[in-house]
Ligand binder design. Structure first.
Ligand code: ATP
Length: 456
């Protein structure tokens, strides 16, 4: 965590979003609910509702496409969450994955020592009441099998990366890949964060999208540059505002024990700059460690140059939840739109990129009149058959339905009216951002939607 997570940006940064509004929209519309809400919640956990699950899926698909499918030098993996405990000894997590922690003697609250300012308790305000700092390991422990003893103790993985390192040889032997190549994985990770905060930004259970790109030592800096650019551009291509994104190089004293050089891609959240993704040069640290702890050779043999070496690794490591939160925050806007009678009304709109929007097209009959229904359902089926994520809605007035679609980020609405069914077989496409409305024949609707959504 960097300082900005605690110190909100100055007014000059142009960030006006009130997080409470976003949190409330997410719950009201079914993006994100507090975990175990029914029982009062479980701190640091979040449940993704019908729209949230689609948003996350779209983010993961976009990542997988860019990092795996559209390249010929990266393959995928889905490793187990529970791993041999030696993995975490080798990786350094057992000894070093800790945060310094203090307890307040006045209120018994527990806080990260490096988050305390002026020796004052952030909960009760007591000054100078803290215990000595103790190191607290962030890994969740559990047991495999029926006996709860030390021999059976395992951890929920705190990162997906190690599943990739321990499968390096398996993938190499089975995939016909040669260095340079990468292994990508998306999956859950768990960290017993002392102070979960800022909505989903710092959770105890979250999803990571990680790539370990193996290359020949000496080519690592070039590959690092390559991945910095690829990853930064990925956010831009999905519509994130350039001025709210930055690349920040770690200072030498900030580098993790395994890293030679690291950059963070950061987003300007309402509370300040926060990391979305770290892109580290991990050198040969992990493979060497696993070679030593497992006693198995993890050297690579280059059959062209006849050299043996342990590859270096470039690791872009991002979080699905933080990325989703950043896209939501970036998309949130309040403006005005004409209602059904042309009067300007305030609206909340999520300007999500069409590739990320959970619903791409809403099919809206002008009213619930029976005459409109069959043709409206046909238009809806047409969209679905074409693979366009569509929603059918005929409840409430058309104005309210537009508002709802704006608020959940649907890029296009298709309205079926009496003219459609009685005379011209044309429907109206309404654009969320420009608010422009055009009439198109139903026969050409799918092409018109695809063109506007930018999908094929
Ligand atoms: P931070 O400094 O914010 O704790 P980190 O540097 O420890 O993050 P990494 O270990 O680099 O994070 O993890 C890679 C990515 O996983 C992060 O960039 C972030 O997107 C995601 N991530 C890490 N911890 C959390 C968390 N507690 N909640 C949600 N996402 C997380």
């Amino acid at each position: 965590m960097n300082d900005s997570e605690r110190n909100p940006p100055s007014a000059s940064s142009g960030q006006a979003l009130d997080m409470e509004k976003l949190v409330s929209l997410c719950k009201r519309r079914g993006y994100i609910f507090p975990g175990s809400d029914l029982y009062g919640g479980l701190n640091g956990t979040w449940d993704y509702g019908p729209l949230g699950v689609e948003l996350k899926r779209n983010i993961k698909d976009a990542w997988w496409r860019a990092v795996v499918r559209e390249r010929d030098d990266v393959v995928g993996l889905d490793a187990a969450i529970l791993m041999h405990p030696q993995v975490w000894a080798a990786s350094g997590h057992v000894a070093g994955f800790t945060d310094p922690m203090v307890d307040c003697k006045a209120c018994q609250g527990r806080f990260r020592a490096d988050h305390i300012e002026e020796d004052r308790c952030p909960a009760c305000g007591a000054v100078g009441q803290f215990t000595e700092a103790r190191q607290f390991n962030l890994m969740f422990k559990t047991f495999v099998g029926p006996v709860e003893n030390e021999a059976a103790q395992v951890y929920l993985r705190p990162e997906t990366a190690q599943g990739i390192f321990v499968n390096f040889q398996n993938v190499l032997a089975s995939s016909r890949k040669r260095i340079p190549f990468g292994i990508a994985q998306i999956g859950k990770a768990f960290r017993n964060e002392i102070n979960p905060r800022n909505f989903t930004y710092r959770s105890r259970e979250f999803e990571q999208m990680e790539l370990e790109f193996f290359c020949k030592p000496g080519t690592d800096e070039e590959w690092h540059q390559h991945w910095l650019q690829e990853r930064f551009n990925w956010y831009l291509k999905l519509g994130m505002r350039r001025e709210r994104l930055r690349l920040r190089q770690h200072a030498v004293d900030e580098l993790s024990h395994y890293a030679k050089d690291t950059y963070d891609i950061e987003y300007l959240f309402p509370w300040g700059w926060g990391e979305l993704e770290g892109i580290a040069n991990r050198t040969d640290f992990d493979l060497k460690q696993h070679q030593q702890h497992s006693g198995k050779g993890l050297e690579y043999f280059d059959d062209e140059t006849k050299e043996h070496y342990i590859p270096y690794v470039i690791e872009p490591s991002g979080g699905v939840d933080r990325t989703a939160l950043a896209f939501l925050a970036d998309a949130y806007a309040e403006d005005a739109a004409p209602d059904a009678k042309g009067k300007e009304e305030p609206r909340v709109v999520l300007r999500l990129h069409p590739a990320l929007a959970p619903v791409k097209v809403a099919v809206l009959p002008l009213s619930r009149n029976e005459k409109l229904r069959p043709q409206s359902r046909e238009v809806f089926d047409l969209c679905r058959r074409a693979g366009i994520a569509a929603e059918y809605d005929d409840a409430q007035s058309i104005g309210r339905r537009y508002r709802r679609q704006d608020e959940i980020g649907t890029p296009l609405c298709v309205t079926v009216d009496f003219q459609t069914v009685e005379s011209d077989q044309q429907v109206t496409i309404r654009d969320r951002d420009s608010m422009q409305q055009v009439r198109v024949p139903i026969a050409g609707l799918v092409d018109a939607l695809r063109e506007r959504l930018g999908v094929d």
